[in-house]
Design a protein around this ligand. Structure first.
Ligand code: UD2
Ligand code: MN
Length: 379
């Protein structure tokens, strides 16, 4: 027979076990509530500095560096098996914010497997795809830092063999995004037979790692849903921001135009070239092709091109006469930096590579890019 005292003891033990079970069951829900709360705060903190903030549905996502610690250097293995068709490291939405004080050294430390020139290959399997990222650039070092911070782990999550090329326009003549892309195409292909080239604005950060940086059977427009446009495609033929082509596709449309100086028009010209080259534009879904654009103003030396509409009306007549077959430039330097290959190039002006008289942009006297390059070459 149980005594009264031991009955109480059993009752207390029973209640204790129940309490433990309840605590365990509610832990997940509790955790979710707490992280949700933190995310709201994080959002309030970062939303203030964003271009347009985060429109559309709530899409916060994970840290882009989460789970990359699973990657370690291979132990002298020679014959690696191909990586799986879908990377087990991708998760979907990525959290993107732009905290101040980020340095390139920090980005380097976070990406120990990236080698000189901004190259990477998966340590434990043979990549199925080789992708080059081409970034047209001048005087946007601040944006480049964030792009590198996010793009390196993003591409590693996708188990790609990749390289990042920054095509830096030398001097202070008018900027020409599309011509820089042609330079990037030729110079990247000179180094490696890339399967796919991603033409990438420096200020666009992908927000979902299922947006795979590989090519499709037709030219792909990847930046379909940007915060800047309320996470919608602004118009059907839009081809700006980030696009991806195989070398064959690129050459089929004679590359990009060289004659769009200043802001605007070149992206639409490229879109028209896709169809003139007998191809169609493919796109990821709006849920996956999401990007944040780092807020900025129109740059000095990239003033709106007033002739862009007239030029666009003539693409059908000009695309075979101007493009990859006519691009002329002079390489000033090629530097294999820890996180990217920097190609500084003179692309001249409309009046040729060495114009006697050309309008000159008022760039800062001591452009930050020089400081950055100095800083990098020191280490
Ligand atoms: C839009 C398109 C862009 C391009 C441009 C018109 C989006 C998100 N992007 O960008 O693809 O078609 O319109 O030309 O809609 N850059 C520099 N330094 C400069 C100027 C430009 O590095 O001084 C580079 C940089 O990579 C930048 C890109 O050129 O992201 C496009 O220029 P933008 O960002 O000023 O133009 P935006 O945002 O209107
Ligand atoms: Mn921009």
């Amino acid at each position: 027979m149980l005594s009264l005292q031991s009955k109480w003891r059993y009752l207390v033990m029973f209640l204790g076990v129940q309490l433990v079970v309840m605590a365990l069951l509610s832990r997940e829900g509790y955790h979710k509530r707490v992280t949700y709360f933190f995310r709201i705060f994080r959002k309030m903190e970062t939303g203030a500095g964003q271009a347009g903030g985060s429109h559309g549905r709530n899409h916060t996502g994970v840290d882009v560096y989460a789970n990359l610690s699973l990657l370690t250097k291979a132990q002298g293995k020679e014959d690696l098996a191909y990586c799986p068709k879908t990377s087990p490291l991708t998760v979907g939405p990525i959290h993107v914010s732009f905290p101040s004080g980020l340095t390139l050294e920090q980005v380097e430390r976070k990406n120990p497997l990236v080698i000189r020139g901004g190259r990477y290959r998966p340590p434990n399997c043979e990549a199925r795809y080789k992708t080059a990222i081409i970034v047209p650039h001048r005087n946007r070092e601040h944006h480049l830092k964030y792009l590198l911070y996010y793009l390196h782990p993003f591409l590693q999550r996708q188990q790609l063999n990749y390289g990042i090329y920054v095509i830096h326009q030398a001097g202070n003549y008018t900027f020409n995004r599309a011509k820089l892309m042609n330079v990037g195409f030729r110079e990247a292909m000179r180094e490696e037979s890339w399967d796919c080239l991603f033409f990438h604005d420096v200020d666009l950060i992908p927000e979902d790692d299922r947006n795979t940086y590989t090519c499709d059977p037709n030219p792909k427009h990847a930046a379909v849903a940007m915060d800047k446009f309320g996470y919608k495609l602004p118009y059907k033929m839009y081809f700006g921001g980030v696009s991806a082509l195989t070398p064959d596709q690129y050459l089929k449309m004679n590359g990009f135009p060289n004659n769009y100086w200043g802001w605007g028009g070149e992206d639409d010209d490229i879109g028209v070239r896709v169809s003139l080259g007998g191809m169609v534009i493919t796109r990821p879904s709006l849920a996956v092709g999401r990007y944040k654009m780092i807020k900025h103003k129109l740059d000095e030396g990239n003033e709106i091109n007033p002739r862009r509409f007239n030029m666009l009306a003539k693409t059908r007549q000009t695309w075979k006469l101007d493009g990859m077959n006519t691009v002329d430039y002079e390489i000033i330097s090629r530097q294999y930096q820890p996180l990217f290959t920097n190609i500084t190039v003179n692309i001249g002006t409309e009046a040729g590579l060495h114009p006697t008289k050309a309008p000159v942009a008022k760039l800062p006297d001591n452009p930050p890019q020089n400081q950055l390059l100095k800083e990098l070459t020191k280490s």
